[in-house]
Design a protein. Sequence first.
Length: 345
Amino acid sequence: MVHRLLSYFLYIAICVAGLLAAPEAKGQETPENEYYQTFPDLLTTRFYFSRKYTGLRIKEKTDNTSYLYVPNTTLNMGVGATYKWATLNLAYGFGFLNPDKNQGDTRYLDLQAHLYPRKMVIDVFGQFYKGYHLEERGRGTTSGNDYYVRPDIALTKIGASVQYLFNHERFSYRAAFLQNEWQKKSAGSFLLGFEMYGGGVTGDSVLVPVPLIGSQAGNFDELNFFEFGPNAGYAYTLVIKKHFFITASAAANLGVGYSEKVEGAAEHRHWGINPNVFLRGFVGYNSGRWSVNANYVRNNVRIIANQGYSNSILTGNYRLNFVYRIEPGPKLSRQLRRLNRFSPE
């Protein structure tokens, strides 16, 4: 399984790197227009709060019962900056933001890259989690105040989504997500692309809580999956009085792939087709110098149904940003201009 995941990751990385490195022909650069304004010489700085997560939903199709395992991730506080295409954010989950709620400990490395070249939307995922609990307090426990904690459950998800933004001359994703542009008029765009995901879930014992089902029959302690396919969607920004904005984006994917359900020494593999959903939402205030906004990204990968179970991997990232754009001094400007040679545009 590890070797397969590494192969998937290398393939995705090569594809994305090729897309980012491919230069565009001269004269195709989008000029400033009446729909959005760019800030090519300003440094966009931000102070923000954010939280990432990757959860597992297990659903028994026979009685339509579902179990949602979520990690105990931290609410992070940090600072960051964006110059043209390049962004650097540094954050930490301080203790005063994350009181202990008896939800167990989660060790995780959550790599989410949401990239917005002028004509593309690129998302790369690398999630490595260990330690989960059921979201509903008291479920699966003898006490109504405790959480059912599973420190042994480990989840891995690796994937990527690449989309073409058709109306890039009027619609700016950067204005909503990176805040280094300013959408002044309402506009939208169709999206078309491709996505691919692979990963697995393991536990020291069966994944469905035995106290809730009363038996280990048909249960499983490992789940592997892989799927790929085309996607299509639409994004739209509603601008109110030039400064206030609401951006919503939805894309659906038709994924072809397999799931492998492991019960002890028995393995059950099933191929099929599944619809997946990728949602983004942004709301805030933008102007020439500063911006305040909140955004949420949610990626739902449904795993191919297998022997009465329909499972999903739920990945999300929500953030609150306080943004101010500054003009860098002469020395910093010279250093920043060196980034232009690596620009994907």
